[in-house]
Write a protein that binds this ligand. Structure first.
Ligand code: AMP
Ligand code: GLY
Length: 423
């Protein structure tokens, strides 16, 4: 089979490595891929958002199956466009991808179907939003409606901060049209859990739970990033909580989407907060998380392509999706300065024996050399019998991967380890 993967980050590298395990796979193309992915797939310089060119490429290269991984092409309707030409795809169509594409949509969906989430108000008028903030409980959370490169959520600890956020999103258009509407919601507390799931619109199969580390610096300080590391499973996510989430969140969500005529097929990501009043949805993503995928897929024992095809064919109920009972840890190696400004173009050296456990996010190939080309450069994953060993193994590998200006957190998994020990 000829496979096409749309995207070019660490998540796509993890998806590609896993798909490669399937014996029927002949060719994998990554659009656009990156310098590191080039070791595992043929990278073609077509942007992940250039839907027209992606479709032309798929037709011209006899693609049998396409995986659309990032949020933007999904929200743009890349899956619809490929399917219209008869190409079988993994990923939600445009109508379903709105669950991530519009926070107003997802909040209203949860309210309508009684799915637990933070209380909220929606605003399309800056003055009304500011007026509401005069008396709103503080801290509060301001969210731009549309996609905002993962930056559209502001936790305001004071009334002033909240007002500044509203003005910069709605008036100064910090995130462009994504900020035409905003959600102002209740500030929740509790441990966060990421649960990715496979769903064919009828059944939902949660993957192993994970924990992201979004802040740039140790002890969860510094700016919010795309994610500095992950561990799986998440020790806060007990079997009882998993069952509660299945009944109150996962199944109601896929049923709600179906009832709305927006059947969701693909990977639905539940960003959850385990609050004192039970698990609540913080956000939905219409895709695999990054860097959650880099710990979740290495623990998947079933064949990924087979599972994906079962999602496409709506036969997910008929197959077994099996995860290992080991633990995984992914440490992101970034360019110093990320997520603000940073330099790039430095040569990366990865010992050959570590290539298998390295997922490259921001690197380019030049004259045969792999050079840094992004804020998050690569992720290093280890799978071991215990979380403690997985963390130790990943940091041992990190020491051996070199590039100038490299930066990483030293405490990925520390919080999970403590929670696990306390159980
Ligand atoms: P996002 O960019 O949507 O992944 O959100 C970024 C982070 O903001 C989440 O991972 C949470 O830590 C935090 N967050 C979002 N909504 C809330 C909320 N209602 N209460 C507390 N924290 C929140
Ligand atoms: N790691 C969170 C995300 O993919 O949005």
């Amino acid at each position: 089979m000829n496979i096409l993967v749309v995207g070019g980050g660490g998540r796509e590298h993890a998806i590609i490595k896993k798909i490669k395990e399937n014996k029927t796979v002949e060719q994998i193309y990554a659009l656009p891929g990156n310098g590191g992915i080039a070791a595992d797939a043929t990278c073609v310089n077509i942007a992940a958002t250039d839907v027209e060119k992606i479709v032309d490429f798929a037709i011209g290269n006899n693609i049998d199956y396409a995986v659309v991984a990032p949020d933007d092409p999904l929200v743009l309707g890349c899956v619809d466009a490929l399917q219209a030409k008869g190409i079988s795809c993994f990923g939600p169509n445009k109508a379903a991808a709105i669950i991530e594409g519009s926070k107003v949509f997802s909040k209203n969906l949860m309210k309508k179907y009684g799915i637990p989430t933070a209380a909220y108000e929606v605003f399309d008028d800056v003055d009304k939003a500011l007026e509401y903030l005069e008396t709103a409980p503080i801290p509060t959370v301001i969210k731009a409606d549309g996609l905002a490169l993962g930056k559209g959520v502001i936790i305001a600890m004071t009334r002033e901060e909240a007002k500044d956020a509203v003005i910069s999103i709605m008036q100064d258009k910090q995130f462009g049209k994504s900020g035409d509407n905003i959600v102002i919601e209740e500030f929740l507390t509790g441990p966060e859990v990421s649960v990715l799931s496979f769903t064919d619109g009828n059944v939902v199969v949660p993957m192993i739970s994970s924990m992201d580390h979004k802040r740039a610096c140790d002890n969860d300080t510094g700016l919010n990033t795309g994610g500095m590391g992950t561990v799986a499973p998440n020790p806060y996510y007990t079997d009882n909580i998993a069952e509660e989430c299945m009944q109150k969140i996962f199944l109601p969500t896929i049923r709600a989407m179906k009832a709305e005529g927006r059947t969701f097929k693909g990977c639905l990501y539940f960003g959850l907060m385990l609050t004192p009043n039970g698990p609540k949805v913080i956000e939905y993503n219409c895709r695999f998380g990054d860097p959650e995928t880099q710990v979740v897929l290495p623990l998947l024992e079933s064949d990924l392509l087979t599972v994906m095809q079962a999602v496409t064919n709506e036969t997910l109920a008929e197959i077994e999706v099996k995860f290992s009972n080991k633990s995984a840890c992914c440490v992101i190696m970034a360019s110093r300065g990320y997520p603000s400004s940073y330099e790039k173009g430095y040569e990366i050296t990865i010992p050959t024996d570590l290539l298998d456990s390295t997922y490259v996010a921001g690197a380019t190939l030049k004259d045969g050399k792999l050079l840094t080309n992004g804020g998050r450069v690569l992720g290093v994953t280890s799978v071991e019998n215990t979380l403690k060993d997985a963390i130790g193994a990943s940091y041992e590998k990190v020491e051996k991967i070199k590039f100038d200006n490299r930066y990483y957190r030293n405490d990925i998994g520390a919080r999970a380890l403590k929670a696990g020990e306390a159980k």
